[in-house]
Write a protein that binds this ligand. Structure first.
Ligand code: FES
Length: 91
């Protein structure tokens, strides 16, 4: 059983998963600054859901309000490896 964390982040990377019509799931050892300039803090769990609908009462975390708000995301339009590919395009 592996209990010790690797010193090499490439061996145990943080994974961010955008949930369709919902939050960003962040899995791994991260620090989160609740707002620009704030002191980064360790989140309560190793997997956290970060709100991206701006409706959560516990921001920056998701409280499920996106469902009531009928928040909708667009499908990704770019490769994760080159996110600036469509920069400058307008909807
Ligand atoms: S994404 Fe869930 S409350 Fe905003």
């Amino acid at each position: 059983m592996k209990n010790e964390r690797s010193e090499d982040p490439s061996e145990d990377p943080v994974v961010i998963t955008p949930c369709p019509n919902g939050p960003l799931l962040v899995r791994g050892d991260v620090l989160i600054a609740p707002e620009p300039g704030a002191e980064p803090q360790k989140p309560p769990r190793r997997v956290v859901a970060l709100c991206r609908c701006n409706m959560s009462s516990i921001a920056p975390f998701c409280d499920g309000s996106h469902k009531l708000a009928n928040f909708r995301t667009r499908p990704p339009r770019y490769n994760i490896g080159s996110p600036r590919e469509d920069a400058g395009e307008e909807d």
